[in-house]
Structure formats: C-alpha cells, structure tokens
Ligand binder design. Structure first.
Ligand code: GDP
Ligand code: MG
Length: 176
C-alpha cells in the first residue's frame, strides 16, 4: 500500500517536528520552514505500507491563497491536522481545515473520513490552554480520530497517531 499524507496546521504547532520524529525517531528542536515530501515505509499486519508525507511551510496553509491548499488536499489520501495544546488559535483553525478537506474531496462515507486530529506539545501541560476533552469532542463531532501527543518527549505517541491514520485509510476511498 502506497499512500499520500499531508500534515497541516498553523505556524509552529510542530508539523515538522512530528514528521521528523516519525521518520528518524529523533526530536532535534529546530526545523527549517521548507517544503518537503518524505517517504517512510513500515509493516502493518504483515503488509508493507509506504507513506509519502508532505510537510509544508506554515505560511502556505494560513495564506489567503487557497489554490495551493486545495492542491495539497487533492494530492493526499489522508490528513494529519495538528494544533498545539498551548495555542488556542491553532485549535480554532482545525475546523476550517476539515471543511476544506470535506468540500474538496467527496467521501462516500463521511462517518469515517481519513483525518486524524493531533493535539501536540503534551509535555507542556503547565502551559495548556486547550483541554483534552475539547479535542476529543471536536473529533467526535467531525468523525475524525483524535490523539494527544508530544513530538518532543514521546515517540510512541507520534507513531500511534500516524498508525491510527493508516488504519483509517484502509476502508475509506473518496469518489473524486
Ligand atoms: P511547524 O511550523 O508546525 O512545522 O512547527 P515546528 O515543527 O517547526 O516546531 C515549532 C517549535 O515548536 C520548535 O521550536 C519545536 O522545537 C517546538 N516543538 C514541536 N513539537 C514540540 C513538542 O511536542 N513539545 C515541545 N515542548 N516543543 C515542541
Ligand atoms: Mg514546519
């Protein structure tokens, strides 16, 4: 199985940190704001899965220029929507990404859209402004999966989020 995944979210929520953590198991702290597509393979239920992950500069997703965002949405089969638990504005922007995905892609079954919402920076709990329950409720209301993770301190949590998305993608195929 070969799938395309796009990582979206506002600036500095940890999109690159999550991607690099998945690929290298490392957290390096500082990441350039560059456009990259990474490939990563692993085994799921005895089958090799290759993920092509598009990590893009934050400025693109927040820009008024929506055509690039739509191009990314078209390219992808699955979506990781990231916010920071310390950044309320980043959480508020998640709904807009979900809207864009749902209106660009035409899913046969909207009960199981291939979207995983990720609340990152769980290690910064003393600076938390978004409750876990809020993330969970948003996911419930939009038929997405939800994970709280820490790219900085917990490789396993990051792995679970990406695996959760792959699991979801197995039974969803858009009509367009
Ligand atoms: P992007 O703009 O969404 O790609 O965000 P980056 O991946 O570049 O991360 C932005 C900043 O947040 C960097 O200074 C990272 O070191 C930091 N960061 C990312 N993930 C975490 C995390 O889980 N915990 C903490 N404490 N910092 C993080
Ligand atoms: Mg980045």
């Amino acid at each position: 199985m070969d799938v395309n995944i796009v990582v979206m979210g506002t600036e500095s929520v940890g999109k690159s940190a999550l991607t690099v953590r998945l690929l290298t198991r490392r957290f390096i702290g500082e990441y350039g704001d560059i456009e990259s597509i990474y490939s990563h393979s692993f085994m799921v239920d005895g089958r090799e899965v290759t993920l092509n992950i598009w990590d893009s500069p934050s400025s693109e997703d927040s820009s008024v220029e929506t055509s690039l965002l739509e191009k990314k949405v078209q390219w992808a089969d699955g979506y990781i929507l990231v916010y920071s638990i310390c950044d309320r504005a980043s959480f508020n922007s998640i709904s807009r990404f979900i809207q864009t995905i749902k209106s660009t892609k035409d899913y046969l079954n909207t009960d199981k859209v291939p979207i995983v919402i990720v609340g990152n920076k769980r290690d910064l709990h003393h600076r938390r402004t978004v409750l876990s329950e809020e993330g969970r409720l948003l996911a419930l209301n939009t038929n997405c999966h939800f994970y709280e993770v820490s790219a900085a301190e917990n490789y396993h949590s990051v792995l679970m989020a990406f695996h959760g998305l792959v699991d979801r993608m197995k039974d969803v195929k858009p009509t367009t």
